[in-house]
Ligand binder design. Sequence first.
Ligand code: GLC
Length: 559
Amino acid sequence: MDEEGAAMDALAERTTSDHTTTEIASGRPAPWWQTGILYQIYPRSFQDANGDGIGDLAGILRRLPHLVELGVDALWLSPIFPSPMADFGYDIADYTGIDPIFGTLDDFDALLAAAHGHGLKVLLDLVPNHTSDHHPWFEESRSSRDNPKRDWYIWRDPAPDGGPPTNWLSEFGGSAWEFDPATGQYYYHAFLKAQPDLNWRNPKVREAVHDVMRFWLKRGVDGFRVDVIWHLIKDEEFRDNPPNPDWRPGRPPVESVVPLYTTDRPEVHDVIAGMRRVVEEFEERVLIGEIYLPIERLVAYYGTDLSGAHLPFNFALLNAPWDARRIAQLVEEYEASLPSGGWPNWVLGNHDRPRVGSRIGREQLRVAAMLLLTLRGTPTIYYGEEIGMVDVAIPPDRVRDPYEKNVPGIGVGRDGCRTPMQWERGESAGFTEAEPWLPTAADSDVENVENQRDDAGSLFNLYRRLIALRRRRPALTRGSYEPIAASGDLLVYVRSLDQDRIMVALNLGAEPVSLTVRGAVSNGRILVSSSADRDGEEVVGEIYLRSHEGAVVGLDPAP
Ligand code: GLC
């Protein structure tokens, strides 16, 4: 046995004897958002039903059987509300309507009822940090300095030189302050100038958004993913952000300052607790927060005594180097940082970041799926991940993303990860009969749901098998996580709950790897292998993985 093998052997010895099961110790059944799997739909790109080249609610309704077949539990819809679409729906002009591009409130009710009929929960995107500049609240606010809604947004006098009040920068390039000549003041916008920030220090704003939440919760919506929740409160003293000494040209301009006074302010937790109380007025609803922060700051968003978000989205894997040791470290750091009772979650992709296959290479997609669906905590699947969609190269004349338009050429564009879902062979992959709003992948005749459905060894069927297994095995749904080995390209861990014990072995590289396993993890049987051709194979004292292979192993009961 080589040195590496010996080291892993030793690691494998300190195998699980004490299976922590605190999360179910209370005896109460775990809530659905802990045991379930979330699926993010970007509505513009899922399915067009009315032939305008843009996805809609009727299209989603038509495709619900896909989600049932996949086996997920909930769908989260990116914004579907009336919007000028400056930021494709994240600029909302009416929080309680449906944009005609997507359909009507009746269409929404029909989708909700059908989803519930299939046992699927439906989450909406709540965008409380900012509205559209066409929202009536902002139109009133900007109309005069003494308008009752003036203080619903963040207005400041110019600096003594007439320039912006602070050095705060917009996420999408340039100053975050826009001068409004009509009233001679600047308003703050963390994103586009068409997205003025609401003033969450104003109790009337809180009440108004709480009412929006109740509007949807009463309609039967199962919860919200809250957009940029860590942005909601800005410094009361309007202090300048410090410069970032590590910033280099080629990085997004917003990173040239440290957002010390514009995000992650202590008072934000009170705002979130207020939203949580609204969600708690209803049964079994969930509050999820979008938060890009390092793990030690992220976990504060569970709130004091878990009064914050049920699930502060954990994006650690979005940027993590695809390296066994680094991934093992971040899982351990995350697990160790969680507050008592805080439920973990994992995300591999979303509508703002390059798709996982483009980042780590297509050949690792099966391993990534296995990781996502076997770690401890609620997984979120981004539409198309289940068939291995990768970013589509967008020709300059088809760029739609305002971020790319404002800050061109440094790779921040988000269109590539928002392209039409690839359903079937043929023109536009079955997404639309018209010209799609973004180009469809060139290889959509090969990589699509239709092809993969019929191929037992496809990625889609791997997702299905992993999801089904996760549902069946308590160790995967609710069990503890124990690291076994992380060395070279090999990552191994065990999930267990009482007598149910499952080992996950992943090869993150192209070279075959093997691991001698001893003690309580030495024997078992492969339940799911990444290429489907080793299911049922016995494991006795050694795990062998081919290039880019992963295996989920059901361990024999401890002697
Ligand atoms: C969030 C959304 C992103 C949007 C931004 C502004 O990060 O995910 O798509 O552009 O907020 O609302």
